[in-house]
Design a protein around this ligand. Structure first.
Ligand code: NAD
Length: 492
């Protein structure tokens, strides 16, 4: 039975070799609506035998899929794009209920996922590797890209509709087969996505879904049949995945956590910058790897800018993401909410000025939801915990600096390098930040630096372990190996 958009839903299941089956480990966990506290489904975890079934199905399907004409391989992706468009509203409604974000945010996330399906439909052009006649006397040389086998992706809770699509379309279009292990906190939208994948016409075994937690991830990383793994999640786990996958001889790309900055110069449009600052830090409840929550402001406009940020932050409506007037939905779990509250308390203890306290928020009729309203600190120092650690909640920290050089110095002291945004009217300042900021995604007068699917997506420093990033052309390189044919035909 397909899921519809209304809970409670039946337990989520694995999808292996074109069939649905329940994970067989005795462990699992309830899935709870973060806005209400209500249990909406249950996810069982996959055992070693389940993992083995999924990988074997992928290996068997790879035998045929790798040499299936590329034009045939992309047909199910065109169908999947159409199905995702048709079911976007319904997928978004599921996503809101299991994640807590707003319906508009859920739809936006799905749109970014669909873009990756669209880009992967261009694989016949993107996968070509080059040919040079007369590379040497009587010699022509041709490079080709070959798929490698079964790839895994391990994804986080915060973009469950988009992040699997950073990988899956490219993996299968290039001729590989694929196993997804989605977050155990938000597995329902993955189940619905795979119901659509089932309808899209992929041969059995080309795509697999296995649910689980730490043991399932480690089981995949240690399975001989897995050629490579993509990971997106927190930094300690990204590091672990990178090391473990490499130790097992696999290709690996691991995107980690973040702590992102906004720089506001005296020439910036302050109203615009304040609006974008609050949405960057607080949209999706701040649970975004691109959330810019530390704001470094040139001192001449610091006070004015703080007033604008406070006005914008106070105007946000916190509530159930299913309500149209909600700007900020619920945080994923009570434990995560408690962690964000602890970090706010630490900010106060370490001497930051609490200018707006979102901890007393109440959402009528949702007493068991995990809510926090925007919280704003001023006078933040780069060494404070709230300036160094990823908060993943709607918390903004502001600090004054003398000039752009000092702002860049603040960024350079961070362990992370996922993203930053600069608000300025000065091309010279923009150029300086562009050349000197060590981040993977840089917005100029753009609050959230999220690249389109045809550009790569990835950070630097502790935000990324590996070399090839997610999305776009990097994915073609990750999912293929190259051979060069050097041909001489003396008779010719
Ligand atoms: P997480 O690291 O807790 O979990 C991510 C995945 O890893 C899940 O599938 C989970 O089952 C698995 N996992 C968790 N602990 C593990 C362990 N010890 N060993 C093996 N596997 C393990 O991350 P999360 O809380 O789901 O997601 C939030 C984090 O993801 C944030 O730090 C955020 O910045 C980061 N993130 C980064 C990007 C990026 O592009 N850099 C994008 C989205 C989210």
């Amino acid at each position: 039975m397909p899921l519809d958009a209304t809970p409670p839903w039946e337990d989520v299941r694995n999808y292996v070799d074109g069939h649905w089956q329940s994970p067989s480990d005795s462990n699992g966990q309830n899935i709870t609506n973060p806005a209400t506290g209500e249990v909406i489904s249950y996810v069982g975890f996959s055992s070693d035998a389940d993992i083995d079934d999924a990988v074997q199905a992928g290996q068997e399907a790879f035998e045929t899929w790798q040499s299936t004409p590329v034009e045939e391989r992309i047909q199910p992706l065109f169908e999947l794009k159409n199905l995702l468009e048709t079911h976007q509203e319904e997928l978004a409604a599921i996503l809101v209920r299991e994640h807590g974000k707003t319906h508009a945010e859920a739809k936006g996330e799905l749109r970014r996922g669909i873009e990756n399906v669209e880009v992967a439909c261009g694989i016949p052009s993107m996968m070509q590797a080059g040919h040079l006649p007369n590379a040497a006397p009587d010699i022509d040389e041709t490079a080709i890209r070959k798929p490698l086998g079964v790839f895994a992706a391990i994804t986080p809770f915060n973009f469950p509709g988009m992040i699997p699509l950073w990988f899956l379309p490219y993996a299968v279009a290039t001729g590989n087969t694929f196993v997804l292990k989605p977050s155990e906190q938000t597995p329902i939208v993955a189940q619905r996505l795979f119901e659509l994948i089932d309808q899209a016409g992929f041969p059995d075994g080309v795509v697999q879904l296995v649910h689980g937690s730490v043991d399932t991830v480690n089981g995949l990383l240690e399975h001989d049949g897995i050629e490579g793994a993509s990971f997106v999640g927190s930094t300690p786990v990204a590091k672990h995945i990178y090391e473990r996958a490499a130790a097992n001889g696999k290709r690996v790309q691991a995107q980690g956590g973040a702590k992102n900055h906004i720089i506001v110069t005296e020439t910036a449009d302050l109203d615009f910058a304040a609006k974008k600052t609050v949405s960057s830090a607080c949209a999706c409840g701040g649970e975004r790897c691109l959330a810019n929550d530390i704001v470094v402001v040139e001192e001449g406009v610091y006070d004015e800018f703080v007033d604008r940020v406070l006005a914008e932050a106070e105007a946000q409506t916190v509530g159930d993401g299913l309500n149209d007037d909600t700007d900020i939905g619920a945080l994923i779990t009570p434990d995560h909410e408690a962690r964000v509250r602890d970090l706010i308390a630490t900010g106060v203890d370490e001497g930051a000025e609490l200018l707006l306290d979102g901890r007393d928020v109440e959402v009528e009729g949702h007493e068991d939801g995990n809510f926090l309203a925007p919280t704003v600190f001023g006078g933040v120092d780069p060494e404070m915990t709230i300036a160094r650690e990823e908060i993943f909640g709607p918390v903004i920290g502001l600090m004054a600096v003398t000039d752009v050089d000092e702002a860049i110095d603040v960024l350079s002291r961070s362990d992370f390098g996922n993203a930053a945004s600069l608000f300025t009217g000065s091309g010279a300042d923009a150029r300086k930040v562009r050349h000197e900021a060590d981040v993977g995604n840089l917005g100029v007068n753009a609050g959230t630096a999220a690249p389109m699917a045809f550009f790569h997506f990835g950070g630097r420093k502790d935000s990324f372990f590996g070399d090839l990033h997610a999305q776009g052309e990097d994915m073609i390189h990750f999912y293929t190996d190259k051979t060069v044919y050097i041909e001489r035909w003396p008779d010719a």
